[in-house]
Design a protein. Structure first.
Lengths: 152, 152
DNA sequence: GGTGAAAGATTGACCGC
DNA sequence: GCGGTCAATCTTTCACC
């Protein structure tokens, strides 16, 4: 069970993973080694999934991103699982959500340009038997990214 | 302009920001201090926006997330900018995209439960004059999050 | 960009509660 | 089980070339 120390640490590290642990330790009221031990436990338990650098896609040569709403023919779990496994391996897919309602999936996809996005949809969506339809929302900007959630 | 050293560094740090720089330096073929100097430049120029810990929302007490498709009455830039500024400050909003097409915005929103999501929509969307309509897609799972883009 | 030294961060061993 | 102190090690930074 997470106590206030863990939650304070997670709140801080979600915003800045480079915060020196001795400083964080002082802030939450622990010694540095105690804070490191908790940090290791949070990492090993998977509560901290990864620690990453946020880089704008265009920096990496992917200037255009899209949100894609995907509807399947039928949502049997075998079909869904197979498609998830496929989509996870595609480098263009930055984020993938499995949702309720009219749509079954939402993808956040990056592309070099519109032509390669079209090639992606042909390869991954259009040729996929189980995809009934999809709608593309072209992203003009992302004013907020990976906003840190406070502990409630 | 970014050379292959910068791009290799960005590719690696997008996947693991805790990679020791001496190891990254060796991997890309630089000395550690040269690698540190480039890293500082990448941070100061904003190409590395932030370095963060990825924590599942439910860990922080936000077990349910939604994708919300929002349509505005009209998309004059003054209206759009004001709404963006408002949404950026809302802690429930993890991600915010500004898109083309039928919809104007897509939000990735976290909530404690459905009741507090409803309270959020009432407060931020329903009471907002400029919001014509919105559609909620309840997220059942996020099989891929913050996928790192390779340099092209 | 490289080298080498200084400062700081991280880990491990050990003790006490 | 938890946290604390201390010391060894590694990472990071800062000269200087």
């Amino acid at each position: 069970m997470l106590d206030r120390f863990d939650l304070q640490m997670l709140t801080a590290l979600q915003q800045d993973a480079r915060l020196p642990i001795p400083e964080l330790a002082q802030r939450v009221g622990l010694s540095a080694p105690a804070c490191y031990r908790r940090l290791r436990a949070l990492r090993e338990s998977g509560l901290i999934e990864r620690e990453i650098a946020l880089v704008a896609p265009k920096t990496m040569g992917w200037p255009v991103t899209m949100l894609v709403l995907v509807s399947l023919e039928r949502d049997h779990s075998r079909i869904v699982d197979a498609l998830i496994a496929r989509l996870q391996t595609e480098p263009e897919v930055m984020d993938l959500w499995y949702v309720t309602g009219e749509q079954d999936f939402v993808l956040h996809v990056a592309a070099r340009d519109m032509a390669s996005y079209e090639a992606f949809t042909r390869r991954v969506l259009h040729d996929e038997e189980q995809v009934r339809s999809f709608t593309t929302l072209v992203v003009l900007g992302q004013p907020k990214r990976a906003g840190a959630l406070p502990a409630i």
